[in-house]
Design a protein around this ligand. Structure first.
Ligand SMILES: [Zn+2]
Length: 581
């Protein structure tokens, strides 16, 4: 006789977990598990449901309803604690097997299984223990659940070898059904999970990986840290900033703390002690306006539903990881935004390298803000630099084709065009080449009075304070970096003067005339400046210039301290003179 699973599922979800309406995928998966409970022919399942769709309910409900024991394997202790709390709140008794427990503690826990406890929460490492395998193996196991099963593919090979040997655990425990759950999975990840856990072909339940309430956007910037600051200031909070390394997370967080007033910002990574991480998780869970700067260590199982913005300081290597991380936003179903920071250098390299990505992925990043070594360009950059729909491109990477986009900067026609501060830097240098050094230019642009500059000249300058939201030191570093190291940047061949003064009043006229001309020649002015330098060198040689300060005829280049050619000439000339005398 066909049982009425549907009413059992709905009533248990409501009475035990307080869930009034289950989602179609949850019902499908739970229904299939219960149907197979009595069947001798079992098809195991790989269930791929995006974050925020109630993945854990797909195995917590069957854990309550199945007759035998359910063993749930988690990669992290934090996740285990989370689920244990949830189960206890629902009145489901469970035991937790983990490292560091004494044999006495373990035997007491196994005793609880004989008294009716039906759920065992554990890690793959604990299941390597022979005693644990023996004790569990002699009991009837209905379900073996591997949550966050993508970890098998990501970590199983080297970082967490216990994941690779889960196949042996399946043989020893002989569970009636094996279930693997994950939020996103590429074809390769699915293959890895299959070969590790299943001895027959499993059913694959794959929900739409799209999160329609998340809007994907790029944010262009000359400097990564400044971009994060701009976004952190203006975005809806709570927000998470994802960095790729611990150093980056700490540096970005310190920078934000210095620059942002009244917004509490903290960093989180796996290198912090467990208590500190727990404190941070608690703080962020309760925070309504905070910013968490984190590595990918923050994520799995964190159930904060109201995150409004996720910012990627740097992109991960795969679309899977990106969708997992950006999926932290908007789990409550309300609109949320995922920003990706793209710098001038990313764009330049993308243009040089085309869209193949294979060559670029090996190139190290030399960022003006971060000096963390060993990072590589993400192949995902092409998605965020192209003019194709971001959502469709990301889902395409997971083998899913999407007809409609519910929001990305391309489809909304809101792709940012320039880089913040870029046009101001270019215009200032184009208008007054040689007047300011990099430090003075950054102080002027940020609207900070600098003791080296003429205060009147600074304040009356139309560019004074035009990028006041930048930190002058960061702008200085950025200008220096772009001018000296980034050959693709238009001001790259400009040499800033050390003292940054006009050479002569006559130069002023010459430069002003030039500046007027050059405004029409976008990038050609560097070439003209080189010509002028050469011209002045020749004029200096001819001895026509007369220094107004000293009155001498030959030292016309003495005050031009930043231009190596002139100094060279001066030294040579002085050398020749002393030689003659
Ligand atoms: Zn789109």
């Amino acid at each position: 006789m066909q049982k009425d699973y549907m009413s059992v599922i709905v009533s248990t979800a409501a009475s035990r977990f307080g869930i009034k309406a289950l989602k179609p995928y949850q019902i499908l998966v739970v229904h299939r598990i219960l149907e197979q409970e009595d069947s001798p022919f079992v098809r195991n399942q790989i269930v791929i449901l995006p974050t925020g769709t109630g993945k854990s309910m797909c195995f917590l409900l069957p854990a309550v309803l199945c007759r035998g024991i359910t063993v749930i394997i988690y990669p992290l202790l934090a996740l285990m604690n989370d689920q244990i709390l949830r189960l206890r709140r629902a009145g489901v008794s469970c035991i937790c097997l983990r490292g560091g427990q004494t044999p006495e503690q373990r035997s007491e826990l196994f005793g609880q299984l004989d008294k009716g406890t039906k759920v065992v929460v554990t890690t793959p490492e604990t299941l390597q223990n022979q005693q644990v395998l023996y004790e569990l193996g002699r009991r009837s196991i209905s379900l073996l659940v591997v949550d966050e099963a993508h970890v098998i593919s990501q970590w199983g090979k080297d970082f967490r070898p216990a994941y690779s040997s889960l196949g042996n655990v399946v043989i020893r425990l002989r569970p009636h059904q094996v279930l693997a759950f994950t939020a996103t999975a590429s074809e390769q990840t699915i293959r890895d999970i299959r070969s590790c856990l299943f001895f027959s072909k499993p059913l694959i339940v794959k929900a739409d990986a799209d999160r329609p309430n998340i809007i994907y956007r790029t944010h262009r910037a000359l400097n990564r840290a400044q971009a994060v600051l701009e976004l952190a200031r203006s975005c809806l909070r709570p927000a998470i900033v994802f960095c790729r390394t611990r150093t980056d997370a700490e540096m970005v967080c310190r920078f934000l703390v210095m620059e942002l007033e009244g917004i509490s910002t903290r960093f989180y990574h796996a290198g912090l002690p467990r208590e500190a991480r727990e404190d941070l998780e608690k703080w962020f869970m309760e925070s309504e306006d905070g910013i968490l700067v984190a590595t990918s260590a923050y994520g799995m199982g964190m159930d904060k539903s109201s995150v409004r913005t996720v910012i990627h300081h740097r992109l991960p290597q795969t679309a899977e990881e990106y969708l997992q991380e950006s999926g932290r936003a908007g789990r409550d179903g309300e609109t949320a935004t995922a920003f990706v920071v793209v710098t001038y250098r990313d764009v330049a390299l993308f243009r040089i390298g085309g869209s193949s990505g294979s060559e670029r992925s090996e190139r190290p990043i030399n960022d003006s803000f971060s000096n963390s070594p060993g990072k590589a360009y993400s192949p995902l950059l092409s998605i965020f630099l192209s003019d194709r729909c971001r959502r469709r491109a990301l889902l395409h990477e997971l083998g899913q084709d999407k007809d409609e986009c519910t929001g990305c900067d391309v489809c909304l026609r809101q792709v940012p065009i320039g880089f913040s501060a870029d046009s101001q830097i270019r215009s200032l240098i184009r208008r007054w080449p040689f007047r300011f050094n990099a430090m003075m230019a950054s102080f002027l642009l940020c609207g900070t009075k600098n003791h080296n500059a003429n205060p009147l000249m600074a304040i009356t300058n139309p560019f004074f304070g035009s990028v006041h939201d930048w930190n002058p030191r960061l702008l200085f570093k950025t200008i220096k970096h772009l001018a000296e190291e980034d050959s693709s940047y238009p001001i790259s061949s400009v040499q800033f003067l050390d003292q940054g003064r006009l050479l002569y009043p006559s130069d002023k006229l010459l430069y002003n005339v030039l500046a007027k001309l050059l405004r029409r020649i976008d990038n050609g002015y560097c070439w003209i400046i080189r010509k002028i330098r050469r011209l002045r060198l020749c004029l200096g040689k001819a001895g026509r210039f007369k220094d107004r300060r000293t009155g001498s005829k030959t030292s016309g280049t003495l005050r031009n301290q930043g231009t190596g050619g002139f100094l060279h000439f001066r030294k040579n000339r002085a050398g020749r003179q002393s030689h003659r005398s």
